[in-house]
Design a protein around this ligand. Sequence first.
Ligand SMILES: *Cc1c(COP(=O)(O)O)cnc(C)c1O
Length: 378
Amino acid sequence: MNIEYPLWMEIDSQSLYTNFQRIQQHLTIPDASRIIGVVKADAYGHGLESVLLLQKWGMNRFGVATVQEGEALRQIGIKGTIYLLGGFIDQEIPGIFKNHLTPTLSSQEEWDRLNSAVQTNQQVLEFHVKVDTGMGRMGFLPEELNESLIAQIGHHPYLHLRGVMTHFASSENNPNYTHQQFEVFQNFLQKISHLNQIPIQNLEKHCCNSAGFLFFPDYHLDMVRVGIALFGVSPIQDPSPARSLGLSPVMRIRSRVKHLKNLPSGCCIGYGGTYITQRQTRLAVIPIGYAQGLLRRLSNRMEVLIKGQRAKCLGVISMDQMMVDVSDIPDVKRGDLVTILGPDGADEIRAEEMAAWAETIPHEILCSFNRIKNRIVV
Ligand SMILES: *Cc1c(COP(=O)(O)O)cnc(C)c1O
């Protein structure tokens, strides 16, 4: 492959396909329609082309954070249900109708605003209700949804209630809290079913993100909302949950050696001189920096792969460049392939490992690479 860019992202479409299949197989009732592919933030930095692939393979439900993201999906030809997981501000309401998005409601005020919008446009809109069971973010508190409000939202000529959802705060590391949240959700569902206002069995009930999907198979309910797992990455710094399900990373970041030099011992490397060579060092400069999404926090910590071997980052990451130590890799030449994320030979740099270096979660690693606009589907 002769790519003319100094830095590019490869989208491994085979892995994306396999991940979609594996996730279906792991559901209690395997069915593509029971998966909401969460593709906010440009599909976790992978770009919208991957959403089109998923649609081609049968995915028909997608989740986004904003109306603008939903509109971008409609513009590229996404036909299925698009859930507006992140709520909305009033200025976004026309866009919800225009793009036939499915909002998730968090308050009486949101309901009132949608209600007054349909008085004018008389357009049918499906929506879900979001219940805050302990996330402390969007969603109705269970007690806010009283009998009269439920009667209203359950029977409306234009606004059609199709589902009820909640979101876990700590499904990746706190099973007790997750069980508690699930119980609050179940109690809420029971409460509304006893009110006999709406046929609860017809509603789509869902609560699992990737961690919920991986660690709480009993909580899959009618649908799961998977983001990071779809892209083959664990929601935690340990890659084994994704690996053991047969998921593999979709995103790869590659570059080339731009410059090489030999430095004696005792040289300062980069801004602030945070690294001083301890020996004669062969240094390689790579054209990626924090402007391309390489978190500065990774400075002096991360490693890249060159010829299948690891080269350590030396000094702080600059805006568009970084330096690595290639002293122990024989025969590195200008133009040699550099793998920042992904496999090379027998070794592999994973987003989970990068997240550990940067003391963050793999989600942030993937999203930050959204700044790399040279994307190649392989
Ligand atoms: C982002 C998001 C998800 C997906 O989270 P992952 O950890 O990437 O699977 C699911 N549900 C909601 C409401 C979200 O905002």
